[in-house]
Write a protein of this length. Structure first.
Length: 238
């Protein structure tokens, strides 16, 4: 097997073809809202009602029967299953908060920016599955005195989830693949540097190049370049 320890990082670009808009457009907006109003602790303090409503709409979108994992999501799940069958190790780190990787069948997932379909206890920091509307009156099930819940999303200024596990996987990777992400927002933007220091082959799969220090770059729609790249990996002896 040419590559045994594979780490994949995905961003908004992999879900765009499923109908989920990318996180930030050229005007610094997310779904027509200012980022600081809906994706920061300060925005939540200023107007919690807006923030609850914003994420309720995002969560509701995931229940739309027309929203499906696309060919790129499905390919990653298929490749993971095959790679594990061959005795390899596979870690999927995603910056996305949708559930399309999970629905496609991926298993070893680190959702570093949280998940829409869970709620966070503001006291204990524990996550709870949550698929319906979330409001200021909802309370947790983890504290003796139930406490308020907030969207389980890592906002600007907060520390992403499971960073230690991310860096552990990157430190032993022999292949790192970045899919559909700009590589400009830290700490995820530094993942490629860590993988390079570990001696991994680095690959970018995106609509267009975002950095010039990758070993390999393949550009086009995720449903095409992701499928082609991972199909070629599965054809390698192993």
């Amino acid at each position: 097997m040419r590559y045994r320890q594979i780490v994949v990082l995905t961003g908004a670009g992999i879900s765009a073809e499923s109908g989920i808009r990318t996180f930030r457009d050229q005007n610094g907006l997310w779904e027509d809202h200012r980022i600081e109003d809906v994706a920061s602790p300060e925005g939540f303090q200023r107007n919690p009602g807006l923030v609850y409503q914003f994420y309720n709409l995002r969560r509701q979108q995931l229940l739309d029967p027309a929203l499906e994992p696309n060919a790129a999501h499905l390919m990653l799940a298929e490749f993971e299953a095959e790679h594990l069958r061959r005795g390899g190790r596979f870690t999927l780190i995603t910056q996305n908060v949708d559930n399309l990787h999970q629905r496609a069948g991926s298993r070893h997932i680190i959702p570093m920016h949280g998940q829409l379909q869970s709620a966070l206890c503001q006291s204990s920091g524990l996550s709870h599955p949550w698929t319906g509307e979330l409001t200021a009156v909802d309370r947790c099930r983890c504290c003796a005195t139930p406490q308020p819940l907030r969207p389980d999303i890592v906002w600007f200024g907060e520390v992403p989830y499971q960073l230690d596990q991310c860096f552990d996987a990157l430190s032993v990777a022999d292949l790192f693949v970045s899919i559909g992400t700009s590589g400009k927002v830290y700490p995820a933007a530094g993942f490629m540097d860590v993988a390079q220091q570990a001696g991994a082959v680095t690959v970018e799969l995106n609509l267009e190049p975002t950095r010039n220090d990758v070993d390999q770059g393949y550009y086009g729609p995720a449903s095409e370049v992701v499928v082609e790249f991972f199909e070629s990996l599965m054809e390698l002896p192993g």
